[in-house]
Ligand binder design. Structure first.
Ligand SMILES: *[C@@H]1O[C@H](CO)[C@@H](O)[C@H](O)[C@H]1NC(C)=O
Ligand SMILES: *[C@@H]1O[C@H](CO)[C@@H](O)[C@H](O)[C@H]1NC(C)=O
Ligand SMILES: *[C@@H]1O[C@H](CO)[C@@H](O)[C@H](O)[C@H]1NC(C)=O
Ligand SMILES: *[C@@H]1O[C@H](CO)[C@@H](O)[C@H](O)[C@H]1NC(C)=O
Ligand SMILES: *[C@@H]1O[C@H](CO)[C@@H](O)[C@H](O)[C@H]1NC(C)=O
Ligand SMILES: *[C@@H]1O[C@H](CO)[C@@H](O)[C@H](O)[C@H]1NC(C)=O
Ligand SMILES: *[C@@H]1O[C@H](CO)[C@@H](O)[C@H](O)[C@H]1NC(C)=O
Length: 419
């Protein structure tokens, strides 16, 4: 582009014929730049890998003449509609391929041929119908550790369940992180058993319908080594069988934030973790005004019975904010067996009574025993507060979705206190 600009400037003092000649040269140059690999920039990343930056270039196909030694190819935000057979076959050293935000609706059977060393494949926000992926499409990717294929085509399932194409995924023997959309009444077939190293399952867009269901059997083929499970932003109430987590004895992070499944159901599925250690339980905003009936009332009174599992888990960071709690029986909410495990405890945006001396004393006793607590937030945010700020349970020094990093101390108190 700099080259063309130079020609244009030179053209200013020329005759018309010369100018047209140079303009033609310039157009030709631009055409060549556009038609070949030259519009990608090369660089290297922190790991000293050769990176081709081809994002936001208007590509409608994978560029063919890039340096064959590239290890990272960023093709995000282009207009590629299809990954054709053997189109990446000469980039044999590739480790990271980013195809997010294209228009991909089709991947040919040999689309990823040759990518034997690929470790990370990101293809979110495309138009892929995962049911239409050829069953052998991921076969070359025997070393793939991370697959992100969420925010793709919605699946049509009128009444029955959605069967994930387990044959397709079963080839990914090294997979550790999987991000994918969650469809209602999901069935993860036997093929998922072969993903023995799966550690992180992150459901992206949630299509759970009103009165949908995750059952005791849903995750039976998912690896027992799973450490992190994210089922977030499901805005329709659905049923969860008590035993859904029984396949995951090693789970360390459970994030159900913004899924309106109600605190009753969320607390009930925690039984496999009694007397175990967990890093994060995020129940932020799992009760919502839109769910309010006799069985699942919007106003929740915490009882000993409800707390029986949660209280016996050693948790580093717990988020119970905006869960509809209005009151707690004595020796329930603050009766944790391992208060010393807490580093972060967020219970803001509820309507807990702090007016009675007994309630206040309960809290004080808990806080005294929670000797490792660094962040404690029980601020009361009135419902009419338009844009409440919530602390991020993973990074309690930050607010969720807030660019304003400045802390507002009315919402946030730091511990330990000196008594
Ligand atoms: C891609 O390759 C597979 C296997 O060789 C073949 O069956 C298929 O027809 C090819 N697809 C296209 C669109 O050429
Ligand atoms: C890969 O390299 C071979 C041999 O150099 C060439 O014929 C072929 O067109 C290349 N394929 C692509 C997709 O660039
Ligand atoms: C995306 O692909 C569809 C066909 O799958 C096509 O109709 C549409 O025009 C494409 N959009 C863009 C922006 O290229
Ligand atoms: C996805 O593909 C499956 C299998 O070909 C098909 O039955 C289904 O209708 C497709 N879904 C959409 C939304 O096009
Ligand atoms: C895989 O998941 C873990 C845990 O969420 C995360 O820390 C890591 O960055 C992920 N890996 C990649 C390459 O995205
Ligand atoms: C699911 O599993 C739990 C715990 O094992 C059991 O109590 C419950 O009855 C089961 N529910 C169904 C619907 O099978
Ligand atoms: C659980 O955490 C506690 C306190 O942080 C620690 O002492 C204990 O060793 C941990 N137990 C296991 C099984 O990791």
């Amino acid at each position: 582009m700099h080259f063309s600009y130079f020609l244009l400037k030179q053209g200013v003092n020329m005759s018309n014929g010369e100018r047209i000649f140079w303009l033609l040269i310039m157009l030709l140059t631009m055409f060549m730049y556009g038609a070949t690999n030259l519009s990608c920039d090369y660089g290297s990343n922190l790991k000293n890998q050769l990176v081709a930056h081809c994002d936001n270039r208007g590509f409608i196909s994978v560029p063919r003449n890039l340096n064959r030694n590239i290890q990272v190819l960023d093709l995000s935000n282009n207009l590629i509609p299809v990954i054709k057979n053997n189109t990446l076959i000469n980039y044999t050293k590739m480790e990271i391929l980013i195809l997010n935000s294209n228009n991909i609706s089709e991947v040919h059977e040999c689309g990823f041929e040759g990518l034997r060393y690929l470790r990370i494949l990101r293809m979110e926000n495309n138009a892929i119908n995962i049911s239409k992926l050829p069953s052998r499409v991921f076969r070359p990717l025997e070393n793939l550790m991370v697959l992100e294929i969420g925010w793709n085509e919605k699946q049509w399932m009128e009444h029955e369940s959605f069967v994930y194409p387990d044959k397709v995924f079963s080839n990914l023997k090294s997979l550790q992180n999987l991000s994918i959309d969650l469809f209602d009444r999901p069935v993860f077939g036997n093929g998922f058993k072969l993903l023995q190293n799966l550690a992180v399952l992150n459901f992206r867009r949630c299509y759970m319908r009103k009165h949908g269901k995750l059952s005791n059997e849903t995750f039976r083929n998912i690896s027992p080594k799973l450490r992190e499970l994210y089922i977030t932003r499901c805005h329709h109430f659905f049923h969860i069988d008590k035993g859904i987590l029984r396949y995951f004895p090693e789970l360390k992070i459970l994030d159900l934030s913004h899924s309106y499944i109600h605190l009753y159901q969320a607390l009930n599925i925690l039984y496999p973790y009694q007397n175990k250690n967990m890093s994060v339980i995020n129940f932020h905003h799992i009760s919502d005004k839109s769910i309010n009936n006799d069985k699942f009332p919007y106003s929740v009174i915490i009882t000993k019975e409800l707390m029986r599992y949660l209280r016996s888990i050693c948790i580093e960071a717990l988020d119970l904010s905006a869960t509809g709690i209005v009151d707690d029986e004595f020796y329930s909410l603050f009766s944790f067996q391992y208060p010393g495990c807490f580093k972060t405890f967020i219970i803001s945006a509820n309507r807990l009574p702090s007016t009675t001396l007994e309630h206040y004393m309960q809290t004080v006793v808990f806080l005294t025993r929670a000797t490792n607590l660094k962040t404690y937030d029980m601020s009361y945010l009135p419902a009419q507060f338009l844009n409440p700020l919530y602390l991020d349970v993973y990074h309690p020094e930050k607010f969720i979705g807030s660019h304003n990093q400045e802390k507002q101390h009315i919402f946030h108190q730091s511990f330990p206190y000196n008594y």
